[in-house]
Design a protein around this ligand. Structure first.
Ligand code: ADP
Ligand code: MG
Length: 674
């Protein structure tokens, strides 16, 4: 019954069904768990003299007059004037069949609703409590729900009230009774009733926390299950010839940082086990993840297996191919590049050499996920910027393979612990928390638009000095709706100006793969010194000579996203500058956000701020994938519950009994069973 579509409920037609669907409500289960965003405690009364238009208030007073009025269009309405000892308020009703007879002079009421200014302060269609009617069953504490156009609080409250009566008893118990008891509730039905209609807001919040705990618990139980299953699979023990890893490391033009060495030690230890590795390598932009990946490949290939490296874009895949093959081919390890843009004949050769084992490492985009790409001796799979891929894709590469390949994910999106526990709770984590030495500093300045000439002069100066620059726009093409600069138009303008002399190129996501590679190739080689682009350069491009970045309409970007963008500069030994240009309509809030970037280069701090300001779904790049859609729990406010849920899940084997609940909640299994 809980899975029943709400449209089968009495009184819900197609239009209402669509509105509910906009709120994420499809089933009766969804409706039961459409938790209020707060409560209106109607015992908290505001004097009429303190009312402000646009906000919701409760007013208590006596009706002094009431009556019908007819508007010019012939429609009539009913108005009542209510007085308290500070002033008068008008209540207006366009539907008044039931109300008119009761709203008569001397009746005492509490009226609740949003204050409008409409021929004096007024509330249109207030919710009423009649204080003199003894057996009034009006609730003093009302739930306030997230709404969408066309649905009012009243409608939703009624609907949920009906559904609670009829269906709440069908909700199966979920949390252990002692946990429920310790949080002050007897059973799940009671929790759900109380979250909607509590005696006081505190009780409602307590109920919400129980439901948040449930939600984390279900998700943590899944992660526990995935870990348990993974631990049962047989892996590949990799035993490279003695000394081959240190040989690889010695040949590098630099020595590894302490953090790189530590991560590599963990990886080498994992690869020796007969248990498949499942590890996340997390490190801020520029922390040097690529060389760690290459070292892992060398262990794999020197042990006689093949490795796969997947990157989210062609540009990044080709760059990885250049860097990694440069490091590996010296050791006799053969690498190939496979992307959507690979020519048919080249592709055939690649696939053949994968099959006959003459190719050791295949580097590419999601093209390597295709079925016809057969990697017979796959021992290691590395995914860069893993959050750009779905969990399904990552598991597809691995599923049904026995023994199971080792698995390394890389991510430059530093995320707070709560988020990591949620997204990567099924993985071991290594963190590169140390930057390679010898880097110049990066200075970030937030600038007003009228300072752009100064920035421009500065930029020209750096270019004359032989350095390179990125100019970033929020859009790739002009848009009629948004009055924002776009990359394509600006490129046309800039290339005719003084910047043109230094060679300037355009890189946007919509360009053909060959074109993208051509432009980045020119920027890497120095044939052009200015790259005009969008967030496509956000991931991974490594050009140490680039020292200046100008971001227009910087307030349009998320903090983590800007941090990723900024990671494209400051990669060489020279000092770098990042200019965040504020748009004219950047408000105080936007300016405050940008100021955080000027203050710190620490990606973890930035993403924590981003998480607080914009919520988990918006933290750069993770939006598309990976963050389960928690409907009740907040990764910011309920982090204590997450810890509690993780502890509960690790101590139990309750997955089987929670599977159904998981599907109801998260709309199917987003982590494939493996
Ligand atoms: P990211 O973690 O962002 O992927 P990269 O792997 O692209 O970082 O490395 C950034 C730059 O740092 C590259 O130019 C790389 O050659 C250089 N690098 C990596 N490790 C070291 C090191 N230990 N010492 C000096 N430079 C290093
Ligand atoms: Mg990288």
């Amino acid at each position: 019954m809980l899975k029943t579509d709400v449209r089968y409920l009495k009184g819900i037609g197609p239009a209402r069904g669509r509105q509910l669907s906009r709120l994420g409500i499809e089933t009766i289960f969804d409706l039961l768990l459409h938790v209020p965003r707060g409560y209106n405690d109607r015992r908290i009364i505001t004097p009429v003299s303190d009312l402000v238009p646009g906000e919701e208030f409760n007013v208590s007073g006596t009706v002094v007059s009431s009556g019908y009025l007819r508007a010019r269009n012939g429609k009539s309405r009913f108005e009542a004037i209510v007085r308290d000892n500070t002033g008068e308020l008008k209540l207006t009703f366009f539907h008044f069949k039931y109300i008119a007879g009761r709203l008569i002079p001397d009746v005492r009421i509490i009226a609740s609703g949003r204050i409008d200014y409409f021929g004096g302060i007024s509330i249109v269609h207030p919710e009423l409590i009649f204080l003199d009617e003894k057996d009034s069953d009006a609730r003093l504490v009302l739930p306030v729900y997230p709404l969408t156009a066309g649905i009012t609080q009243g409608v939703l409250r009624k609907l949920i009230e009906t559904v609670l009566d009829e269906f709440v008893s069908e909700m199966p118990e979920l949390l252990p009774p002692d946990v429920l008891d310790s949080m002050g509730f007897g059973n799940r039905g009671e929790v759900i009733c109380r979250v909607h209609f509590p005696d006081n807001p505190e009780e409602g919040e307590r109920a919400r926390r129980v439901l948040a705990l449930e939600e984390f618990f279900v998700h943590q139980a899944l992660l526990k299950h995935v870990r348990t299953e993974a631990a049962e699979r047989s892996g590949i023990k990799m035993i490279p010839p003695a000394g081959s890893l240190s040989e690889f490391v010695c040949r590098l033009p630099y020595s590894l940082t302490g953090a790189q060495q530590k991560a590599l030690d963990s990886i080498a230890a994992d690869l020796e086990q007969s248990l498949p590795m499942r590890r996340l390598l997390q490190g801020d932009v520029g922390s040097g993840k690529t060389v760690v990946a290459a070292a892992a490949c060398s262990i794999c290939c020197r042990s006689g297996y093949q490795a796969v490296i997947v990157a989210p874009t062609e540009v990044l895949a080709s760059q990885h191919f250049r860097t990694i093959s440069g490091m590996l081919e010296q050791a006799g390890i053969r690498c190939g590049l496979l992307t959507g843009g690979t020519k048919v004949s080249d592709r055939r050769n690649l696939l053949e050499s994968l099959l006959d084992g003459s190719l050791d490492v295949i580097i590419g985009t999601h093209a390597v996920f295709e079925d016809r790409v057969v990697i017979p001796e796959m021992g290691l799979c590395i995914i860069d910027e893993q959050h750009k891929f779905g969990v399904e894709q990552r598991e597809k590469l691995l599923s049904e393979r026995d023994p199971s390949p080792h698995f390394l994910l890389m991510s430059a999106t530093p995320i707070p612990r709560t988020l990591a526990m949620t997204i990567y709770g099924d993985l071991d984590i290594s963190v590169l928390d140390e930057m390679p030495p010898g880097r110049g500093s990066t200075t970030t300045r937030v600038m007003k638009r009228d300072a752009r000439n100064q920035v421009y002069e500065f930029l020209l100066d750096r270019l004359r000095n032989g350095e390179r620059a990125y100019i970033i726009y929020p859009l790739r093409e002009a848009s009629e709706d948004l009055d924002l600069k776009d990359a394509a138009t600006s490129f046309e303008v800039l290339k005719r100006g003084p910047l043109g002399e230094f060679g300037i190129g355009l890189l946007t996501g919509a360009m053909k793969p060959e074109k993208k590679l051509e432009v980045t190739g020119k920027f890497v080689s120095g044939e052009i010194s200015v790259l005009v682009s969008t967030t496509v350069v956000e991931v991974g491009l490594d050009v140490p000579q680039a020292t200046v970045m100008v971001v227009t309409h910087a307030e349009r970007f998320g903090l983590s996203q800007l941090h990723q963008l900024r990671g494209r500069i400051g990669r060489g030994d020279r000092d770098s500058w990042c200019f965040l240009m504020k748009g004219d309509d950047c408000g105080a809030e936007g300016a405050r956000r940008l100021a955080i970037l000027a203050l710190t280069n620490d990606g973890f701090r930035i993403s924590e701020q981003d998480l607080q300001l914009r919520g988990p779904g918006e933290v750069a790049g993770i939006r598309q994938h990976g963050v389960p859609a928690f409907r009740i729990a907040s990764l910011i406010d309920d982090s204590d519950l997450l810890e509690m849920a993780a502890a509960m899940a690790s101590g139990s084997n309750s997955w089987e009994s929670l599977k159904n609940e998981y599907e109801l909640r998260f709309g199917g299994l987003d982590i494939l069973e493996i």
